[in-house]
Write a protein that binds this ligand. Structure first.
Ligand SMILES: Nc1nc2c(c(=O)[nH]1)N[C@H]1C(S)=C(S)[C@@H](COP(=O)(O)OP(=O)(O)OC[C@H]3O[C@@H](n4cnc5c(=O)[nH]c(N)nc54)[C@H](O)[C@@H]3O)O[C@H]1N2
Ligand SMILES: Nc1nc2c(c(=O)[nH]1)N[C@H]1C(S)=C(S)[C@@H](COP(=O)(O)OP(=O)(O)OC[C@H]3O[C@@H](n4cnc5c(=O)[nH]c(N)nc54)[C@H](O)[C@@H]3O)O[C@H]1N2
Ligand SMILES: [Mo]
Length: 777
């Protein structure tokens, strides 16, 4: 199944649809889809990515693991590797999986394997590893995501589902035509809308905002960084982490001036009265007035009051980016956003109401497709143990300990083998020093990745994967009209293999080959998934071309449900379309959450003072608020070595943006290398002075590959600029235990030492097989 146009292949990445030019096994140029209104510049990282020196050339095993066998060790991440053959790798992997299952049971395998991997419905690495582990008896899994850890747990109680807020959100088209005022908490950063999980064929956000402005619509962006909103907007700057206090102040103005919609609150919501007691200070003696809010968030009383009045006057859309829930008490911002929008009474009216994630990802605002999508079945997992995804270090460090999650008291399983495919915990997890101590605990760590990421360097068994550019696949998402043929752009690199082929061989060796492969090659699977999907659509009276024709055409347009307004059906007929909450309504007060009895998440949205914030005691020691947000120049850690990402670096370090005042106070200038530190760790970064930000805020995106100055020291400084050496490994609350990586307090000083070279993209040291003392096999 080759590409129909040799030398120019159509493909899909999380960053969009494109055609790749290639020569000698490498991508040489990338052309975005012609009809894409605003293609992502992140595409620029793909050129040269296939044969980059950071690729894993062939199977590799950590020397100490070969010499001493499986077991806890603090040498992960600093030891040499040994090249092994594919047969040997298959044998080692099969034997070790069998050993762990026989001695400790399947629960001792952690297969949560969080991460974005690549676009493509069949080769999706997480689906592959889950299907494989299910075939051999299951694994301890993870629930929810780093993206939406708090939202994913709290919103089902509030609105009945969390994913519908994105996949059936008010469309950009409706916003462009109807909205008069967008009040955007966290802005609507276009840098993020370039990306969509699983791909996208169009990026409409910028044109929708232009159309809204051309009609006279207004945007208020509420964020520490001005460029979280591209183009004209009013900019308000609450202290990071205080948006909920500001929203409470807005809510108080609405009530005190009788601007709230009591008819909407009565008919469509429950528990408003309970919340109002808190708002007015009946329960705690503190009325959440605009003055009260101003004192906490720093936005003036008059600005809060004026904004509240304006919101009540106009067709207003309240939006909250996902970043606001990726911090301590992250449940509160989306819950309070819904509450505020409910008080305005415009939920379900075209152009008004609530949105969550506009500017976080491309998907919100895009029309959904009304069909099922081709999907690789993952089988079923008989193991019941699970963790909230961001509790991975807690689990590894505290086997047998109990913890709270979503009303349950659960126990961390005793993990002996960690199996990762398609993610990079050294990108996504917090407090990397602690993560390294956690990764020292299991007997064996297995990592599949195309690249020598820091996670691969911390593995015992490294499985070289192909990239999607080397494979055939189908891509599509629930909010994009195109089903796309992903034509391979280049042959497989060196001795890399598709994850599917690796798992097939190990499954074969473990006696479950037929169950895993169902007798199909990967090419046959892709065709099979298509044919199955085609059958579903035929059942819905929709005709699609046969596979060969689809493959030649390159894409197939599906119908979409255009013109949606979030919860319009519910507003129209709440009895016929009740929400899937206990009451069937919007729950401003949740009996269920209240009954859990968590001090850090009571039954209604509330303000909780964070630890990492500028008015707290910690700020006396670490006086700058670091925003560790999504990188403008890449997707997470993927292709950090690509041209687009590299062009942004300062002395090869990740850029840290700071206000002229913060720089001057420290005697710093544009282009200086600085040490960013707190009591958890330190990293180097390169200064970019920028006055379009709050003076006490600095911004260092995630995604620079972790590059420890001394790999043998778990607490080593990262010389490259990975903010997760600084962030705290604590959950959002007892309810959700979501990721809190977005915010951390730091101090910054000039780095006067010799600036060390970046070695993160170099493969690790290898030793010859003969020098290994007690080789197995
Ligand atoms: N401080 C802080 N930390 C954060 C966040 C934050 O806001 N602040 N945001 C969080 C969020 S929202 C997220 S989603 C996470 C993202 O964290 P991750 O999803 O873990 O990050 P990626 O860099 O996308 O990792 C994907 C990995 O998959 C590999 N890969 C690609 N294709 C394949 C394949 O076909 N097979 C295999 N085996 N591997 C493949 C890539 O090379 C890469 O190493 O980070 C989180 N971390
Ligand atoms: N280019 C690019 N785009 C991406 C990604 C990527 O890696 N690169 N990752 C994708 C993924 S996996 C996800 S989940 C989404 C994440 O989407 P988000 O989490 O929404 O994205 P961020 O860029 O982390 O944050 C958006 C903005 O929120 C602002 N902000 C942070 N804290 C506060 C606060 O307390 N108050 C207010 N008012 N504003 C605050 C920051 O200035 C930040 O720029 O992005 C997706 N899009
Ligand atoms: Mo994410």
């Amino acid at each position: 199944m080759k590409q129909p146009h040799p030398g120019l292949s159509q493909h899909m990445g999380h960053w969009g649809m494109f055609r790749a030019e290639s020569a000698d096994g490498e991508v040489t140029a990338v052309h975005p889809q012609k009809t894409d209104r605003n293609p992502s510049p992140v595409l620029g990282n793909l050129v040269g990515s296939v044969t980059h020196r950071s690729r894993v050339q062939g199977p590799a095993v950590r020397r100490g693991w070969l010499e001493r066998g499986p077991g806890p060790t603090d040498r992960r991440g600093s030891e040499e590797f040994v090249s092994v053959s594919w047969d040997e790798l298959t044998e080692l992997l099969a034997a070790e999986l069998s050993r762990v299952i026989d001695r400790h049971g399947n629960q001792a395998i952690y297969g949560g394997s969080y991460g974005w991997a690549s676009a493509g419905r069949f080769h999706h690495a997480q689906s592959q590893v889950h299907r494989f582990l299910n075939c051999i008896g299951g694994y301890t899994r993870s629930v929810h995501s780093y993206s939406l850890g708090a939202t994913g747990v709290v919103m089902p109680y509030v609105l009945g589902a969390h994913w519908k807020m994105f996949s059936r959100s008010t469309s950009w088209d409706v916003i462009a035509r109807k909205t008069e005022l967008i009040v955007a908490f966290g802005g609507i950063p276009l840098k993020n809308t370039g990306i969509n999980h699983g791909g996208t064929s169009d990026h409409p956000t910028a044109s929708a905002l232009d159309a809204l402005r051309a009609r006279g619509g207004k945007i208020v962006t509420i964020s520490p960084l001005r460029n979280d909103l591209d183009g004209a907007a009013r900019w308000l700057t609450p202290i990071p982490g205080t948006d909920v206090a500001m929203m409470l102040g807005l809510a108080y103005v609405l009530v005190s001036e009788n601007l709230h919609d009591t008819a909407f609150l009565d008919r469509y919501c429950t528990g408003y009265a309970r919340f109002e007691e808190y708002l007015l200070g009946v329960t705690d003696g503190t009325p959440k007035t605009a003055e009260w809010a101003s004192h906490i968030c720093g936005v003036s009383t008059s600005e809060i009051t004026d904004l509240a009045r304006e919101m009540a006057r106009r067709r207003t859309l309240v939006t909250v980016t996902w970043s606001l829930q990726r911090t301590k008490s992250g449940e509160q911002a989306p819950w309070m956003g819904v509450t505020l929008a409910s008080m305005l009474g415009q939920i379900g009216i075209p152009g008004g109401g609530f949105g969550h994630g506009y500017g976080s990802m491309n998907e919100p605002g895009l029309a959904p497709v009304p069909y099922p999508l081709p999907t690789l079945p993952q089988g079923s997992n008989p193991v019941k143990a699970f963790i909230p995804v961001a509790a991975v270090s807690d689990m590894l460090l505290h086997p047998g300990e109990e913890f709270d999650f979503n009303g349950q008291r659960l126990t961390y399983p005793d993990i002996r083998l960690v199996h990762w495919a398609g993610g990079n915990p050294f990108h996504h997890h917090q407090d990397l020093g602690r993560l390294r101590r956690a990764l020292a605990r299991p007997d064996t760590v297995v990592v599949h990745d195309p690249y020598w990421t820091p996670m691969a360097k911390h593995a015992d068994i490294v499985v070289p994967s192909t990239t999607s550019l080397e494979r055939s696949d189908i891509s599509c998402t629930r909010n994009d009209p195109l089903l796309v043929a992903m034509h391979p752009a280049v042959p497989r690199f060196a001795d890399a293999r598709d994850d599917y082929d690796t798992f097939s061989a190990v499954a074969e060796r473990l006696g479950v080959g037929a169950q895993f492969t169902e007798g199909r090659t990967s090419e046959e699977w892709v065709e099979h998934l298509y044919d199955q999907w085609r059958g579903y659509l035929r059942g819905m009276n929709v005709d699609t071309p046969d596979f060969d024709e689809f493959w030649q055409l390159g894409s197939w347009p599906m119908a979409t449900e255009d013109g949606l307004t979030l919860l319009e059906d519910y507003r129209g007929d709440p009895e016929k379309y009740p929400l899937r909450t206990p009451s069937g309504r919007i729950e401003i007060f949740s009996e269920v959450i209240e009954k859990f009895g968590y001090e850090d998440c009571i039954g209604h949205p509330a303000w909780y003072e964070p630890v990492e914030w500028l008015k707290g005691v910690r700020a006396q020691q670490f006086p700058l608020h670091l925003i560790a947000n999504q990188p403008r120049t890449r997707l997470h850690s993927q292709l950090d070595h690509g041209a687009r990402s590299q062009a942004s670096k300062v002395h090869d370090r990740e850029p840290i943006r700071m206000h002229p005042k913060a720089a001057t106070d420290r005697g710093l200038h544009d282009g200086d290398v600085v040490r960013v530190f707190n009591d958890r760790g330190a990293c180097l970064a390169g200064v970019v002075v920028d006055e379009d930000m709050m003076p006490a805020v600095v911004q260092l995106a995630t995604g620079a590959w972790y590059d420890p100055e001394d790999p043998a020291d778990v607490g080593s400084m990262c010389v490259h600029g990975n903010p997760n050496v600084l962030t705290a490994d604590v959950g959002t609350s007892s309810l959700s235990h979501g990721c809190t990586g977005q915010h951390v307090l730091v101090q910054i000083e000039r780095f006067d030492g010799v600036v060390p070279p970046i070695t993160a993209f170099d493969p690790p040291q290898f030793v010859e097989r003969e020098t290994v003392r007690r080789p197995l096999g």
